[in-house]
Design a binder for this molecule. Structure first.
Ligand SMILES: Cc1cc2nc3c(=O)[nH]c(=O)nc-3n(C[C@H](O)[C@H](O)[C@H](O)COP(=O)(O)OP(=O)(O)OC[C@H]3O[C@@H](n4cnc5c(N)ncnc54)[C@H](O)[C@@H]3O)c2cc1C
Length: 400
């Protein structure tokens, strides 16, 4: 047996033996768990599943064991993913802790910061929100105005963030604040972490066209953070913020790209099954030749992207830091996600126009909302136009 085979066999023993014995039931395809102090449980055993997996470092397989990870190399991490998929078990933990601030802390955090925050992320104890955008700072993020004033060991925060996804469910925020108003706008920015459970932080949910929304506005009125939670030093936040966006863009492309665990799971993932169901078959083929052609072309694009994306994810797991090239994945992955929804609408025809009522099943109703939500994926994490600017300037080296 090779070392990898031994690892797979030991993992299988755990997943088929100890795990179900200690966990009890977890139905196939249970939705993912985001952890936190006030966790939402997709299933009553979701938290326990996360904890049991975290005990073995399997919530963050590639992080070092000293920080709550599994210390696994990329090959073994892929085995973990494959073995979970084979059993239709969800990833034990999701969220911005694992995908955004965790890798950023691994890259920029001090030893104390890593030991303080990473194990709590890996155990699913803290749920995180991202405090970047402001009413006057979205694409032009460096124009942000929310202020951080340092007084001794304390930092006093004032101002507003907007579009803060899941801020109403989050425990801690990673965010960028202005510590200096002189000089270039990028220079006076500090990246810090703060506990949101305090009187100076007020979160107001925002409602969207697609119904229930993850968005919130977050207001700071003399809120407090601690200087030990400044990442990479005062005034160096722009460097950290950009690096985190690289992790975020890769995550968005992975999540919403082909085979990703993105939002269209409820709407049915197999386009061919949808086509069969709504269009019927003639001579063993999807009956409508135009939509059949559309489906075939789209599926090829999706497959190509999936393979390219997989190579990038493998490189990231092997320690390669995402650079400006992550913008390419973000643009293409998010646009593919939207094209997938357009195609699903075409396949379902009038059945995809339901908002409520008896004439539509749950998947059809979910799809209407997810199609509307899909419009936002080319905006989140930086719009497509901004990604194209980044690609032009930093990947292709074109002049301004
Ligand atoms: C689903 C979703 C989740 C989000 N979650 C979060 C979150 O958790 N935390 C957070 O901080 N933010 C979050 N955001 C906000 C997101 O980062 C911003 O919406 C995004 O950066 C765009 O900023 P804006 O909305 O201010 O648009 P603007 O910057 O005002 O842009 C408006 C339009 O102008 C275009 N434009 C602007 N500048 C240029 C330029 N230089 N060249 C060409 N075109 C340009 C843009 O592409 C866009 O089409 C989220 C957004 C979405 C949709």
């Amino acid at each position: 047996m090779t070392e990898a085979e031994t690892f797979r066999a030991e993992l299988a023993e755990f997943l088929d033996g100890e795990l179900p014995r200690r966990l009890g039931e977890l139905p196939p395809d249970t939705a993912e768990y985001w952890g936190g102090r006030r966790p939402e449980l997709p299933h009553r055993n979701s938290k326990r599943y996360c904890e049991l997996m975290a005990e073995r470092g399997l919530t963050a397989p590639t992080w070092p064991t000293g920080y709550g990870g599994g210390g696994l190399d990329q090959e073994r991490a892929k085995i973990v993913t494959a073995e979970l998929r084979r059993r239709r078990l969800p990833a034990p933990l999701s969220g911005f802790g694992l995908t955004m601030i965790g890798p950023t802390l691994l890259q920029f955090g001090t030893e104390d910061q890593k030991r303080e925050h990473l194990p709590r992320i890996a155990r699913g104890e803290i749920r995180w929100a991202q405090g970047y955008s402001e009413p006057n700072a979205g694409s032009d993020l460096a124009s942000l105005a929310a202020s951080a004033r340092i007084t001794g060991d304390d930092i006093v925060l004032n101002g507003q963030k907007v579009w803060t996804s899941y801020a109403d469910k989050a425990d801690w925020m990673f965010g960028i604040f202005r510590t200096d108003t002189g000089g270039k706008k990028q220079e006076g920015i500090t990246f810090l972490l703060l506990d949101m459970a305090q009187p100076g932080v007020e979160v107001r949910p925002i409602k969207l066209i697609s119904g229930a929304s993850p968005f919130c506005e977050t207001f700071f009125t003399d809120a407090r953070a601690h200087t030990r939670d400044i990442i990479h030093g005062v005034g160096n936040g722009w460097t950290v913020a950009k690096a985190l966006l690289g992790y975020e863009r890769t995550m968005i492309a992975e999540l919403f790209g082909p085979g990703g665990r993105g939002r269209d799971a409820a709407a049915g993932n197999s386009l061919v099954e949808l086509a069969r169901r709504y269009l019927g078959e003639r001579d063993g083929q999807i009956a409508d030749p135009v939509l059949r052609d559309w489906l075939a072309r789209f599926s090829m694009d999706e497959r190509c992207f999936a393979l390219t994306m997989q190579r990038s994810v493998d490189a990231a797991k092997a320690g390669h830091k995402p650079g400006p090239e992550s913008a390419i994945f973000k643009v293409h992955g998010s646009e593919l996600h939207q094209r997938r929804h357009e195609l699903m609408l075409a396949l379902r025809g009038p059945q995809c126009l339901g908002w409520e009522g008896d004439g539509f099943d749950d998947a059809e109703l979910a799809q209407t909302r997810e199609w509307l939500f899909s419009r936002g994926i080319t905006i989140a994490g930086g719009t497509s136009e901004i990604q194209l600017n980044i690609i032009a300037k930093h990947v292709l080296g074109l002049p301004d």
